[in-house]
Design a protein. Structure first.
Lengths: 254, 126, 384
C-alpha cells in the first residue's frame, strides 16, 4: 500500500524514473526506496500468509517433514549434495547464524529448527528471476511456475536461506512410493515450499501445520485478530537474517 | 558465373530433398483421424469438440496461468457452466484414459507434450 | 570475404582439425549432460553455479577488454592500435559467443531459453545482461566486418561506423557493469556483496582482455608473420600494466574492509579461499595462492622498466597475468561466493570430468570462430 501510493504520487508528479517504472513494471528508484520502508508494515484488509513455529517442541519434526515431502511428491535423492528439500531441520547456529548470542542457553543449543521458504515480503529470488517463473502472489506467497523455469539457478544464488532446490536428477525414480495427487516436477527446474497454496482455497492448513498439531500456527499476518498475530504479540520471536531486508513471513517463537 | 553445372545440380538436389516430405506424402496413405475413446455419459466438453480438438493446448496454457499465477481456480464456459481449473481432476476426470484418448491423437500427430512428466496420468478404468 | 578463410594453408587446417576434435569431445559430453541432467556436474544445492558461469563471467570481461584499443584510438586519436583494432573486435565476437554457449550449457531447461524474451522481466539483471551481450555481439560483428570490407577495397570506412564505434565503447562498459550487477546485488552472499565488484570486474577485464589479445598477436607473429607493430605492443603493455595495478589494488581494498572491520561474514569466504576451513585444506587454496603469486609477479615484471618491454619476458608476464585473473574471476569468484554456504557450512565444489569436457568444447568453439575471423583479416591484409 505504502509502495503503491508512493509510486502513484511520484509518477503523477512526473518524477521520471518512478513514472517509467509504474508503466514498464520496472522497479524504479521510487519502488526501491519504498520497498525498504514497507517491509514490515501490515496492510489492513489484505492477506499475508505467515507461519509461527513454537520451537520448544520439535519432537515431531521428522513427521512434519515427511508429511510435506510425501504429499508434494518431493523426491528422495540419495546424493546429499543434490538433495531436494522443501522443509528440513537444522541447529540454531545454521538457522540464525550471527543472529543469536554466541552463548546460548544449554537447551536452546540442542533445539532443532524447522527451515523452509520464508515467503519474504521482498523476495530476492523473485527480483532476479529472468522469466518471472517465480513470483509473489497478492497473498504474500512466493510461488513457482515449474512450466516456465529455465533452470538458471539465479534464484538459488539470491536466496539467503538455502530454501531452493534444483532438480539435478530426473526426480521420477526417487518419488515416494505412494503417488499423491499433487504433481511432481521435472528435471532441470528449481522447486521449493509454496505454503500449500493448493490447500488454502479448500480452507485447509498446510501439511506441516497439520502434522505439527499445536507447534505451528498458520494465518494472516495482516489481520491483527488472527491466531498467528495473537501468538506473536508480546512474545520474543525471531526471523532468519532480518538484517537483509527480505522480510520473512516465518517466525520462530523461542 | 563459374561452375554453373555443379551449382545448378546441387541446387536441384537440395530442392528435391528439401521438398521431399510433400512428394513422399502423395505416395503414402491418407491421414486417418485416430479413433478416440470419448468419455462415457458426457455429451460435450466445456467447448464444442472442434474447438477443443484444435485449441485445447491453448486453453490448458490459459488455465495454467489462471490457476498458478492469478490463483483463479474456477472457470465459466460459454454456456455458463463452472469448472474447477484442474488438469488432473477436471480434465482427466472425464478423459480418464490417457493412452486411448490423449496419446492416440498425439502419437499420430507426432507431438509429445510433457504434461505427464509431472502431472499424474489417468490410466483408464481397471 | 568469408571465402578468404578457405585459402589453403596446411598448418591452419591442422589447427582447425585439432580444435574440431576438442569440440566433438565437448559435444559428446554435452549429450551426456543433456541425457542425465546437471547431476553429472560437480554442482550442488550449496554451490549451484560452477565452471560454466565462472567461464561466462571471465569471457564477458575478455569481450569488454577490446575497448582498451578503441578508446585510445577514437577518443585520443592514438594511431598505433590501428592494426590491432579489428582483431580486438573479432576477439570480442568470439568471447561473447563463448559466453552465450556457457549460459546455454548451464541451464537446466535449455530448450526454454526463449522464455527470457517471451516473459521479459526488467527487474532481473539477467534480462539486461542478455540484451547487453547480444547487442555487443552484433555491434562488434558489424563494426569489424564493415571496416575490414573497406580495408579490402582500400576505401575509408563509411562515416556511420564511427558512431557505432562510439556506442560500442560505452556498450563495452555496460556489459561488464551489468555482469557485475548479477553478483553485487544479492543479499546473503558477502563475497559478492560489494560496491567495488563492478570496478573490480572492469579492472580485471581491462588487463586480461588486452593481455590475451597481445599474447595471441605475439603467437601470430611467430606463426603467420603478422607484425603487431612495436609501438602498438608497447602502448598496450602500458595499458595492461595500469589495469593490473588497479585490479590488485582493488582486491587489497576488499581485504582491508573484510578484515579490518572484523565482521565475520565478509572475511569468511576470503579465509576459505586462501586457507580452507578449520585446518582443512581444499584444492582451491592452492589455486588462490598461485593466483596471488602470479598476479604479483606479473605486476612486478610489468612495472620494472627493464622487464616490461623485454620481448622474451613479456609473454611470461602476460601469461601470469591471464592465469591469475582467470583464477580470481572465475574459480575464486564463484567458489568464494557460495562457500561457506548460507548456513555457515562448507560444501566443496569439484568440477566433474563432463563439466570440464563441455567447458573445453566451448573453448574450442570460441577458438574456431576466432581463428576463422582472424584468418580472414590476415588474408585481406595479404592482398589478393
Amino acid at each position: 500500500m505504502v509502495r503503491r501510493d508512493f509510486l502513484r504520487k511520484t509518477s503523477l508528479s512526473g518524477l521520471g524514473i518512478a513514472g517509467l517504472g509504474s508503466i514498464g513494471g520496472f522497479a524504479g528508484l521510487g519502488g526501491l526506496i519504498a520497498r525498504t520502508a514497507s517491509t514490515e508494515t501490515p496492510t489492513a484488509g489484505s492477506t499475508r500468509w505467515g507461519l509461527a513455529i513454537l520451537t520448544t517442541d520439535f519432537s515431531r519434526n521428522p513427521e512434519i517433514i515427511k508429511a510435506c515431502h510425501q504429499a508434494h511428491n518431493v523426491p528422495d535423492i540419495p546424493d546429499k549434495k543434490q538433495k531436494i528439500k522443501w522443509i528440513w531441520e537444522d541447529n540454531a547456529q545454521a538457522a540464525f547464524s550471527e543472529g543469536l548470542p554466541s552463548r546460548l542457553a544449554g537447551e536452546l543449543e540442542t533445539r532443532s529448527f524447522l527451515l523452509l521458504c520464508n515467503h519474504c515480503a521482498n523476495p530476492a529470488c523473485v527480483r532476479v528471476c529472468p522469466t518471472r517463473a517465480t513470483f509473489k502472489r497478492s497473498d504474500g506467497i512466493v510461488a513457482m511456475d515449474y512450466h516456465r523455469c529455465i533452470g538458471c539457478r539465479f534464484c538459488m544464488a539470491a536466496c539467503p536461506y538455502g530454501a531452493r532446490s534444483f532438480n539435478f536428477h530426473n526426480p521420477a525414480p526417487y518419488l515416494p512410493a505412494s503417488h499423491p495427487a499433487f504433481p511432481a516436477r521435472m528435471r532441470g527446474v528449481v522447486e521449493k515450499c509454496a505454503f500449500c497454496s493448493e490447500r488454502l482455497p479448500l480452507g485447509l492448513a498446510p501439511y506441516c501445520v497439520e502434522a505439527a498439531k499445536d507447534a505451528m500456527i498458520f494465518g494472516n499476518l495482516n489481520d491483527p485478530d488472527s491466531e498467528i498475530s495473537h501468538a506473536l504479540h508480546g512474545r520474543l520471536s525471531l526471523t532468519r537474517r532480518p538484517e537483509l531486508g527480505t522480510g520473512p513471513s516465518v517466525y520462530y517463537i523461542l | 558465373m563459374y561452375n554453373v553445372k555443379a551449382i545448378l545440380t546441387g541446387l536441384l538436389v537440395f530442392m528435391a530433398i528439401f521438398t521431399s516430405p510433400f512428394w513422399l506424402n502423395q505416395l503414402g496413405v491418407d491421414y486417418k483421424r485416430p479413433a478416440l475413446a470419448m468419455p462415457v455419459g458426457e455429451k460435450e466438453c466445456l467447448a464444442p469438440t472442434d474447438y477443443m480438438r484444435g485449441e485445447h493446448m491453448r486453453l490448458l496454457n490459459e488455465w495454467r496461468d489462471l490457476a498458478l499465477r492469478q490463483g483463479e481456480r474456477l472457470y465459466t464456459d460459454a454456456r455458463g457452466r463452472t469448472w474447477e481449473i484442474n488438469l488432473q481432476n477436471t480434465c482427466q476426470g472425464c478423459h480418464n484414459d490417457r493412452a486411448a484418448f490423449c496419446d492416440a491423437c498425439h502419437v499420430s500427430n507426432s507431438v509429445s507434450p510433457y504434461c505427464w512428466n509431472c502431472h499424474l496420468e489417468a490410466k483408464g478404468k481397471s | 570475404m568469408l571465402e578468404l578463410a578457405l585459402r589453403p594453408s596446411p598448418r591452419f587446417r591442422l589447427w582447425l582439425a585439432a580444435l574440431a576434435v576438442l569440440l566433438v569431445a565437448g559435444l559428446i559430453a554435452y549429450l551426456v549432460q543433456s541425457k542425465a541432467g546437471l547431476s553429472v556436474t560437480g554442482l550442488s544445492r550449496d554451490v549451484s553455479w560452477g565452471l560454466y558461469i565462472s567461464q561466462f563471467t571471465y569471457f564477458v570481461g575478455v569481450a569488454a577488454g577490446a575497448v582498451m584499443l578503441l578508446l585510445p584510438t577514437y577518443f585520443h586519436h592514438y594511431q598505433d592500435f590501428k592494426k590491432l583494432i579489428i582483431l580486438g573486435e573479432f576477439m570480442a565476437v568470439a568471447a561473447v559467443g563463448m559466453c552465450l554457449l556457457f549460459i546455454f550449457a548451464d541451464l537446466g531447461q535449455p530448450q526454454r531459453i526463449l522464455n527470457i524474451l517471451l516473459h521479459p522481466s526488467p527487474k532481473s539483471v539477467m534480462f539486461w545482461d542478455m540484451l547487453a551481450l547480444s547487442g555487443y555481439l552484433l555491434l562488434n560483428l558489424v563494426i569489424g566486418w564493415t571496416t575490414l570490407k573497406s580495408e579490402q577495397h582500400d576505401l575509408p570506412p563509411p562515416p556511420w561506423i564511427k558512431r557505432l564505434i562510439w556506442i560500442s565503447i560505452f556498450w563495452a562498459f555496460s556489459i561488464h557493469t551489468v555482469t557485475g550487477f548479477l553478483y553485487a546485488g544479492l543479499p546473503g552472499r558477502p563475497y559478492w556483496f560489494t560496491a567495488i565488484m563492478v570496478p573490480r570486474f572492469l579492472a580485471s577485464a581491462f588487463c586480461s582482455g588486452p593481455a590475451i589479445l597481445l599474447l595471441l598477436c605475439l603467437a601470430l607473429k611467430k606463426l603467420a608473420g603478422f607484425t603487431p607493430g612495436d609501438r602498438g605492443v608497447r602502448g598496450l603493455t602500458t595499458i595492461i600494466t595500469y589495469a593490473l595495478g588497479i585490479n590488485i589494488f582493488f582486491y587489497a581494498m576488499e581485504l582491508f574492509t573484510a578484515f579490518y572491520s572484523g565482521i565475520p561474514g565478509h572475511a569468511r569466504p576470503i579465509v576459505f579461499l586462501f586457507s580452507g576451513h578449520e585446518g582443512q585444506i581444499y584444492w582451491i587454496n592452492y589455486w588462490m595462492w598461485a593466483c596471488a603469486g602470479m598476479g604479483i609477479s606479473s605486476l612486478f615484471l610489468l612495472l620494472n622498466p627493464q622487464t616490461r618491454h623485454h620481448p622474451q619476458i613479456l609473454p611470461w608476464s602476460l601469461g601470469f597475468l591471464v592465469t591469475a585473473t582467470w583464477i580470481d574471476k572465475s574459480l575464486g569468484l564463484i567458489i568464494g561466493g557460495f562457500t561457506p554456504n548460507t548456513f555457515g557450512g562448507i560444501t566443496e565444489y569439484i568440477p566433474s570430468l563432463t563439466e570440464i569436457c563441455i567447458t573445453l568444447g566451448v573453448y574450442a568453439a570460441g577458438l574456431i570462430l576466432l581463428s576463422v575471423l582472424w584468418k580472414i583479416v590476415l588474408e585481406v591484409r595479404r592482398g589478393p
